[in-house]
Design a protein around this ligand. Structure first.
Ligand SMILES: Nc1ncnc2c1ncn2[C@@H]1O[C@H](COP(=O)(O)OP(=O)(O)OP(=O)(O)O)[C@@H](O)[C@H]1O
Length: 261
């Protein structure tokens, strides 16, 4: 699925939080949105999944304006993994993942064999199949985050929107989660904070600052020390990782050339 955003503006309480944003997520590509805290990343994502209405501009799915698509149809096509908010529903993990099947079912219809199979496969994809019968509320933050991804996978979306999906995960699971997402043959738009993870997994990156896009392109194009300084007001060293060939960024706190020695 192709996502196109043209000259989008979003305002809340008369304050414009997203200004003139245009970007494209090509079918099957993994696109990252980066930017400092409060730069409008979540606001942009929430507008795409229709939790907020745009002030102006257009959002198109496969060139069809979003407002022409029924909400029930967008629910089938767009999966969302939002920011972690210590969810503690008192249901089993399998029941939580089965909720991902809801947009595909008639109202009040129960889960059928296919729903169970898809839910168990999704649990397997995130390495959590042995947690199926556990009470969701008793999981750790990182375990919950993986189950929420499994729920989105069970939805079998054609576009996945992720808001800081690696929050609460240790580094092994950060890498694993992004590798799972990358291996899916669907379009992904993810808000990320970790520039190194973005460099490793994203095909394209866009950088937001104060609601405006200030750069877009491949990680090699975007993640320059000059741009990182402009956006985050820090010094850094950017090099190619000798094993992965991806950009690798190390940070130098402002005004400190050496911390030890
Ligand atoms: N409902 C709201 N009412 C008023 N201001 C809001 C509302 N939602 C967001 N904002 C403000 O809009 C700005 C952008 O918020 P947003 O959550 O989109 O930023 P973000 O880039 O995702 O930030 P972070 O990296 O900290 O998660 C922030 O200054 C925030 O305080």
């Amino acid at each position: 699925m192709e996502l196109t955003i043209n000259a989008l503006a979003v305002a809340i309480q008369n304050k414009t939080l997203v200004k003139d944003v245009s970007l494209t997520v090509r079918p099957g590509s993994f696109v990252g949105i980066l930017g400092p805290n409060g730069s409008g990343k979540s606001t942009l994502l929430r507008t795409i999944y229709r939790a907020l209405a745009p002030q102006s501009g257009a959002i198109l799915l496969n060139r069809e304006p979003l407002q022409n698509i029924k909400i029930a149809d967008t629910a089938k096509q767009i999966g969302v993994v939002g920011q972690f908010h210590s969810l503690s529903y008192n249901i089993t993990v399998l029941e939580m993942v089965l909720l991902g099947r809801t947009p595909h079912k008639r109202r009040l219809a129960g889960n059928n064999r296919e729903d169970y199979e898809i839910a168990r496969q999704s649990l397997q994809q995130v390495g959590m199949e042995h947690f199926a019968d556990r009470n969701f509320a008793t999981l750790s933050g990182g375990e919950k985050q993986r189950i929420i991804l499994a729920r989105a996978l069970a939805q079998q979306p054609r576009l996945l929107l992720l808001d800081e999906p690696t929050n609460h995960l240790d580094i092994k699971y950060q890498l694993e989660l992004l590798a799972i997402v990358k291996s899916l043959d669907i379009s992904v738009l993810a808000v990320l904070h970790d520039l190194n993870l973005a460099a490793m997994y994203c095909d394209d990156l866009y950088i937001l600052k104060e609601g405006q896009l200030i750069a877009g392109g491949t990680p090699d194009d975007v993640l320059t020390s000059r741009l990182i300084r402009q956006v985050y007001e820090i010094d850094c060293h950017v090099m190619k990782h000798p094993r992965t060939g991806c950009l690798s960024i190390s940070y130098c706190p402002a005004g400190q050339e050496r911390i030890t020695g």
